[in-house]
Design a protein around this ligand. Structure first.
Ligand code: 5GP
Length: 117
């Protein structure tokens, strides 16, 4: 088992830890953040364990594209796209990354202030 397989998000993917899952397909899972920073705060996570954006490689390009498009599709489907939304990827400690399995934050549902997730 690699390090990423033991992250919290790996446990959510394997249903070992409960989460409010809003989307899933073969490659990605999305669930509500447990400590939301906006009225809508959903985390989109590739099932392929990649520790951070810094660890992503050219072979992950299609998966990263799918990650972005899945968030955009969700925002459109749920009606947030018209008013706007933000996506954030924290990479590394100084950015505030706390779970070392690459994930994208989708924030929406209000006028958002400065940067952050
Ligand atoms: P990061 O800081 O690594 O970019 O984002 C990790 C996110 O995971 C944080 O926004 C945090 O609130 C969220 N999180 C931490 N523990 C849990 C949990 O047990 N369940 C869910 N759904 N989200 C979590």
């Amino acid at each position: 088992m690699s390090d990423s397989d033991t992250t919290l998000f790996g446990k959510i993917i394997r249903r070992e830890t409960p989460a409010d899952i809003v989307f899933e397909d073969d490659d990605l899972i999305a669930f509500r953040d447990i400590a939301p920073s906006a009225p809508v705060h959903v985390l989109f996570v590739p099932k392929t364990p990649i520790a951070s954006l810094d660890a992503a490689r050219p072979e992950h390009a299609a998966l990263l594209g799918r990650l972005m498009l899945a968030a955009a599709d969700y925002a459109r489907r749920e009606g947030f796209a018209r008013d706007g939304y933000r996506v954030v990827v924290n990479s590394g400690r100084d950015a505030g990354q706390t779970v070392f399995q690459l994930h994208l934050h989708l924030l929406a549902g209000a006028a958002l202030g400065g940067f952050g997730a």
